[in-house]
Design a protein around this ligand. Structure first.
Ligand code: UDP
Length: 500
């Protein structure tokens, strides 16, 4: 219990936690990873979700050597007018997305009832279930919130909200400084989420999320102290937030395979797997060390034809072999592109779900063109792969700054416009810009070598953090002990945040 002001021997009673994942694959996999971590430490874990979302991870929680329960609440398909089976943004068409959101709001009642009936000792909730903070306070139990975000993004969003530097510039393209952060980070208003740039209906929901955060016991962060030391300290010491960084979660346990598409006929198809036998590995095994560029924009990407054309021609003429996860965009690719690159052995296209973690870990991968989703970013850092950063929306522009300005392990492609449609780009990135970034990242010049060296060192540090005695492993131990203590003291013992 190092670092705690009060030491109470944890009682022998079982600690019971309810875990509530959001309805996006990357959030589900994160929360299931956290649930596994807690369960592996003897906590009695229940994941509260809907039927079709549970099918995404149920296979990954069997035969672990410890038990994880799943409790199902009904998804209101009929009430919102969605076909049965569409319970997740990744399965919904763009015009169904608002109905999925409506259904998400309607899950509050049945989820609250389930939690009240179960009376757990604590809740770990995705940030989107802001209501669970009030519920936890009524039940006098701690609510831990998790965002799929790094410390840097949490800090950046907080200083923006406190100091509003974006309101003091005259145009969307004028740079402003993010005040107080440990590094001098500049951004433009056009790179900020729409709900910050201008108030919109989501701003109100976002404010509820922020209030929920503030009323929570603390935040669980998927990062490691070594990676974001100054931001972890800043978050706690300057912004006064309690947080435990216990990541990368997926290194503690096998990565949750969420590559299940559920079609409207309610069949479950496993499209490719995270197994080594994916055909791309045969091809990768024949490539030289660090020569391949991996291109993927996450689980929600949906580029239009014009952007696909620019990217396709940049990759084809880059002189580097590549793997490109096109995700539903194959029909929009330029005529003959796939046949040409296959015949000339220039690259591999994956339509659908790629075994990303295993691809990144392959020694042939030398660079990752990424949208900077935090999972992808962390997976790249963990694998020791430098990045070309191409943020689109969510908090991805903050992640880009962490990668390129703080950690200095990436090259910016030059994206400047935050996109309101998830996974799409509103800012056409031309072929020339993409080619320049690839050349810079894959070069043999000293700057590129330094980037490669730095990211390999980060990879070692991150891997060490999850081992017994490492910072993330210790933080998890401290958190679970603290929850035990709170249970023993019936929620009245406030302990000091452990220091790394
Ligand atoms: N992912 C994958 N294969 C794919 C696309 C995505 O394994 O073809 C995984 C990826 O490894 C990461 C997650 O899905 O763990 C994407 O999360 P991220 O936060 O990067 O982006 P999002 O999908 O939320 O935009």
């Amino acid at each position: 219990m190092e670092g705690l002001t009060t030491t109470i021997t944890p009682p022998a009673q079982t600690l019971r936690g309810y875990f509530i994942p959001y309805i996006v694959p990357s959030h589900i996999s994160n929360l299931v990873d956290i649930a596994k971590l807690f369960a592996s430490r003897g906590v009695q874990v229940t994941i509260l979700t809907t039927h079709y979302n549970s099918l995404r991870f149920k296979h990954s929680i069997n035969n672990l050597g410890y038990q994880i329960d799943v409790e199902i609440v009904d998804f209101p398909f009929k009430e919102v007018g969605l076909p049965e089976g569409i319970e997740n943004y990744t399965d919904a068409t763009p015009d169904q997305a608002s109905k999925v959101f409506q259904a998400l709001l309607m899950l509050q009642n049945p989820m609250e009832q389930a939690i009240r009936a179960a009376k757990p000792d604590f809740i770990v909730s995705d940030m989107y279930y802001h209501w669970s903070a009030d519920l936890a306070n009524q039940l006098a139990i701690p609510r831990l919130v998790f965002h799929v975000k790094c410390y840097f993004a949490l800090c950046a969003a907080e200083v923006l909200s406190r100091f509003a530097p974006h309101q003091k510039v005259e145009s969307d393209s004028e740079l402003f400084l993010l005040p107080d952060l440990p590094d001098p980070i500049h951004m433009t208003r056009s790179q900020l989420p729409e709900w910050i740039q201008n108030r919109n209906p989501f701003s109100v929901f976002k404010e509820k999320i922020d209030e929920g955060d503030k009323k929570s016991y603390g935040v669980i962060v998927n990062s490691s102290y070594e990676l974001e030391k100054s931001y972890a300290d800043f978050y706690r010491d300057n912004l006064g937030r309690r947080a435990w960084c216990i990541g990368p979660y997926s290194l503690h346990c096998d990565k949750v395979n969420i590559n299940i598409n559920i079609n409207i006929n309610i069949n479950i198809n496993i499209n490719g797997t995270n197994k080594d036998d994916h055909p791309c590995f045969d091809w990768l095994n024949k490539r030289g060390q660090g020569e391949v560029i991996y291109v993927s924009f996450g689980s929600l990407s949906c580029f239009g034809a014009a952007q696909l054309l620019e990217l396709a021609s940049a990759l084809e003429t880059s002189g580097h072999p590549f793997i490109w996860v096109v995700r539903n965009g194959e029909k929009l690719l330029p005529d003959g592109f796939e046949a040409r690159i296959t015949e000339q052995n220039k690259g591999v296209l994956i339509n659908g779900w790629a075994p990303q973690v295993k691809i990144l870990e392959h020694p042939a991968i030398g660079g990752f063109v990424t949208h900077c989703g935090w999972n992808s970013t962390l997976e790249s850092l963990t694998a020791g792969v430098p990045m070309i950063t191409w943020p689109l929306s969510a908090e991805q522009f903050y992640n880009e700054k962490l990668v390129t300005r703080v950690l200095k392990v990436g090259v910016e492609v030059g994206a400047n416009k935050w996109s309101p449609s998830i996974g799409a780009s509103t800012d056409l990135i031309e072929k020339d810009k993409i080619q320049r970034a690839i050349k810079e990242l894959m070069s043999k010049e000293s700057e590129a070598e330094e980037r490669r060296h730095a990211v390999k060192e980060m990879s070692k540090a991150v891997r060490t953090a999850v081992h017994v005695g490492g910072s993330s492993s210790n933080n998890l131990t401290a958190l679970i002990q603290e929850l035990h203590c709170l249970k023993a003291a019936q929620g009245t013992t406030i302990l000091e945040q452990p220091k790394n």
